[in-house]
Write a protein that binds this ligand. Structure first.
Ligand SMILES: Cc1cc2nc3c(=O)[nH]c(=O)nc-3n(C[C@H](O)[C@H](O)[C@H](O)COP(=O)(O)OP(=O)(O)OC[C@H]3O[C@@H](n4cnc5c(N)ncnc54)[C@H](O)[C@@H]3O)c2cc1C
Length: 288
C-alpha cells in the first residue's frame, strides 16, 4: 500500500526523499510501466516519489552542448520524437520514440523511464546503444555516467543502484556522413511492443564503410551488438552484399527467445531480414 506520495520540484529533494525511503521507495515518471507493475503485484513500493513536477533544467529540454546532444530524462517520448534537434542529429531515435505504443503512452512515458524499466521489448534502448549514448545518473551522494550499453543488464534488470535517478541522456553528435535509422517489426497489433527492432548508425566514406553499429532489440534480455562482426564489415564496400554478410552473422550469433510475439525460429529469420532492410534504408538516407 502507498503510504507516502512526494511531488518535489527539484531533483535534490527527490533524491533525498528516495534515499530516506530506502528499499520501500520508487520514483515514478510517466507511470505507464510502474502503475501496471504495482497493479500486477510485481512491485509494492510504499513511498512514491513523482518526478512529473521536477523543474531542474538538467531534467528537461533537448539541446546541443558542444558535440553532445543532451536530452533531459523527464522528456516524454512524444517530445523526443518531434524535437527538431533529435530528428536532425539522431533520426533513428526520433523514429524509435515515434513507434512506441500509442499516442497516450508516448505523451506520458519518459525516455529515462523507458530505460529504467529495462523491458527487453522496448524500442529506444537499441538506438541509444547504436549511438554510444550515456546516462547521467544522480544519487544523493554524487553522480556517475553510465553508457546505455552497460545500463540494461538483463530481463527487467539494470545497473542502477537503489536511490539513483537518470537525469539526462547524452548522445554524441555523429560525424559527418553518418546515417541513423530504426526499423521495428510488430507481429500483433499496430500499437504493440516490437517483436524485433533494429537500430543502425552507419558512416560511409567514398563508398566504403567507415563506421558501423548494428543493434538488435527485443530478441533477448539486452540489446545485441557484435563488435567483431562490425569490425569485419568496416572498410568493405557499402553495398547490399556487405549488409547480407552482417545480417547472416547476427542471425547466426543471436539466440532469440520464444514469446507471444514470435518463436525463436521466426525471430532468427526476422533478424536476418530486418538487418538487411535497416542497413539498406540507412545507406539510402541523406546524410547531415
Ligand atoms: C500499452 C503500452 C504499450 C507500450 N508499447 C511500447 C512500445 O511499443 N515500445 C516501448 O519501448 N515501450 C512500450 N511501452 C512501455 C513504455 O514505453 C514504458 O512503459 C515507458 O517508457 C516508461 O516510462 P515512464 O516515464 O512511464 O516510466 P514509469 O512507469 O514512471 O517508471 C518505469 C520504471 O522506471 C523507474 N524510473 C522512472 N523514471 C526514472 C528515472 N528518471 N530514473 C530512474 N528510474 C526511473 C520507475 O521507478 C519504474 O521502475 C508500452 C507501454 C504500454 C502501457
Amino acid at each position: 500500500m502507498i503510504r507516502e506520495f512526494h511531488r518535489p520540484r527539484d531533483l535534490g529533494t527527490a533524491l533525498d526523499a528516495l534515499a530516506d525511503a530506502g528499499d520501500e521507495g520508487k520514483v515514478i515518471s510517466g507511470g505507464t510501466a510502474l502503475v501496471l507493475m504495482i497493479e500486477q503485484g510485481l512491485v509494492a513500493p510504499s513511498v512514491l516519489i513523482s518526478l512529473d513536477r521536477v523543474q531542474d533544467p538538467m531534467f528537461s529540454g533537448v539541446e546541443l552542448a558542444g558535440r553532445t546532444l543532451r536530452i533531459g530524462g523527464g522528456e516524454t517520448l512524444s517530445a523526443v520524437a518531434s524535437h527538431p534537434l533529435v530528428r536532425d542529429v539522431v533520426p533513428g531515435l526520433a523514429e524509435a520514440c515515434r513507434r512506441v505504443g500509442n499516442v497516450r503512452i508516448r505523451n506520458r512515458a519518459t525516455l529515462a523511464g523507458n530505460l529504467a524499466e529495462s523491458d527487453y521489448a522496448s524500442d529506444p534502448p537499441s538506438v541509444l546503444v547504436a549511438h554510444r549514448a550515456t546516462c547521467r545518473v544522480l544519487a544523493s551522494g554524487g553522480e556517475r555516467m553510465v553508457p546505455v550499453e552497460r545500463l540494461i543488464t538483463g530481463f527487467y534488470e539494470n545497473a542502477l543502484d537503489e536511490g539513483e535517478i537518470i537525469a539526462e541522456i547524452h548522445v554524441p553528435v555523429p560525424e559527418t556522413g553518418t546515417r541513423s535509422t530504426y526499423v521495428k517489426y510488430i507481429s500483433r497489433s499496430s500499437e504493440d511492443r516490437p517483436c524485433v527492432g533494429v537500430a543502425v548508425c552507419l558512416q560511409t566514406m567514398g563508398g566504403t564503410v567507415a563506421d558501423i553499429r548494428v543493434v538488435v532489440g527485443a530478441v533477448t534480455g539486452t540489446p545485441q551488438i557484435f563488435p567483431e562482426v562490425l569490425a569485419e564489415a568496416t572498410g568493405k564496400a557499402a553495398t547490399p552484399s556487405t549488409w547480407k554478410d552482417v545480417a547472416a552473422r547476427y542471425a547466426d550469433l543471436i539466440q532469440p527467445l520464444d514469446d507471444a510475439r514470435g518463436s525463436a525460429w521466426y525471430r532468427t529469420r526476422l533478424i536476418d531480414i530486418m538487418i538487411r532492410r535497416a542497413l539498406s534504408q540507412a545507406a539510402e538516407q541523406d546524410t547531415r
